[in-house]
Design a protein around this ligand. Structure first.
Ligand SMILES: [Zn+2]
Length: 319
């Protein structure tokens, strides 16, 4: 028996009169699992903490944070950066007129920061993100064109190597590594829209074949598309996930027996590009489930009236 979880980063959205991306996307595999599975409405972001993967993913992995999570340390773990005893790491996001900075700007500001902070190491992460590491405190003042993520809590080591997390080299990988899981970064996994979903499916299949009983697959593409305020891109990402990743995952769970859980970590609205901390819809499908006639889907609307399952209080997703 295996437990496979697919985390759809930023997939859900606040409910309004217009259909959400989960409602608009054609996801026949997800629909067929939903018809035979159990839906729930879950809180993934602890009250008082910002809506983001750094708080929602640890919750989904079984450690709901009680304080803001340190994004720099998470990114350093994702990069497998070795920090000396007295060193720390800080994630820096570059901005331009309130938007994510473009490539030439990132290059320019990165060079400027490298000259400004000779005692610190600087590495580029994907897109508008940088990672600085070195002695504390970081001698960098607040600026309009950059945001330094504040220092915070480091995820607790509550998992063991028997939990396998398949993710790009980003927040999910860093959190999972800090929590003690085995992290697999498949070839071509970018955390963005161009990510190689088939290689993620293949990595999960291999982990199950090697005897892993708990496999978590994270996909960042829906969140990235929403940040780019690309509603069609978000729908396309969900549809690609359905056929290239969810179908083989369901096949794997069917072969081994067990459960397949599909859940966004948090919401991200493609009209605003902003996260939300509302409860998200969650589906648990069991391989032995019969195919009933119910016509439910994994959407925000389908779970709107369901009682809240508060995962931030460390309840179990599967009863
Ligand atoms: Zn995001």
């Amino acid at each position: 028996m295996v437990a496979v979880t697919l985390i759809l980063d930023g997939a859900s959205e606040p409910l309004g009169p217009a259909p959400t991306s989960l409602e608009r996307a054609r996801m026949p595999v997800l629909d067929s699992l939903a018809r035979a599975g159990a839906l729930s409405r879950v809180r993934t972001v602890p009250l008082g903490l910002s809506a983001g993967s750094e708080h929602a993913i640890p919750t989904l992995l079984g450690w709901p944070p009680a304080a803001s999570v340190d994004r720099g340390i998470v990114e350093a773990a994702a990069q497998e950066l070795q920090l000396a005893e007295e060193e720390w790491a800080w994630r820096v996001d570059l901005r331009e007129g309130g938007e994510r900075a473009d490539e030439p700007t990132v290059e320019r500001v990165a060079a400027e920061l490298a000259a400004l902070l000779p005692g610190h190491a600087l590495r580029r992460l994907a897109g508008h993100r940088l990672l600085l590491s070195g002695p504390r405190p970081l001698p960098l003042r607040a600026r309009d064109d950059l945001w330094v993520w504040p220092e915070g809590a480091v995820p607790l080591r509550v998992l063991g190597p028997e939990t396998v997390v398949v993710a790009a080299r980003g927040a999910a990988a860093g959190i999972a590594r800090l929590m003690g899981a085995t992290v697999v970064v498949p070839e071509g996994a970018t955390g963005s829209l161009d990510t190689n979903l088939r290689s993620k499916a293949e990595a999960a299949r291999r982990a199950l074949g090697d005897g892993a009983e708990e496999v978590v697959v994270h996909v960042g593409a829906p969140d990235e598309a929403a940040h780019h305020r690309d509603p069609l891109g978000k729908i396309r990402a969900l549809e690609d996930i359905d056929c290239q990743l969810l179908a083989p995952l369901a096949e794997g769970v069917r072969a081994h027996g067990g459960t397949l859980t599909i859940c966004p970590d948090h919401g991200c609205d493609p009209r605003t590009g902003l996260h939300d901390d509302l409860p998200v819809p969650c589906l648990v499908w069991r391989a032995e489930a019969r195919q009933p006639a119910a016509s439910r889907r994994l959407t925000e609307r389908a779970v709107a009236e369901l009682e809240l399952v508060d995962l931030t209080r460390a309840q179990e997703l599967v009863a």
